[in-house]
Design a protein. Sequence first.
Length: 135
Amino acid sequence: MGIDAMQVGAVARGSVRCGPEHFASRIVAGTPDVFSTPALGALVEKTAAEWMGQYLGSGEMTVGTQIVINHTAATPEGLEVAVEVRLVTVDGRRFEFEWTAHDGVEQVGHGTHQRYVVDRGRFEGRLAAKRAGNG
């Protein structure tokens, strides 16, 4: 299929039910037991990355390089947070998305996300060099 098949306007959807592993209180003591901003970012990134994955060739992977999160409402335990990511820009190996999230009651977030398609071997080689102190 190839990355050239990814078209502006394409939409991917993902969701997760808010549980204790997503709570803000797991990140910052004293904060409420609600869906955290990092969990929202992870859902956006996972949704975009998994959608892109179907277009990748062997030896390719995607990496997230930017995410803008406007977390606009709290979601309590038990509600499902659903995200929709829409591809808005393709520039070579750079892909930009706009996204919105809803918890079944109201919109809880929106923002942008950017991913790049990279060569897995080259990426892992750079990591190995960094680990060895040759970064």
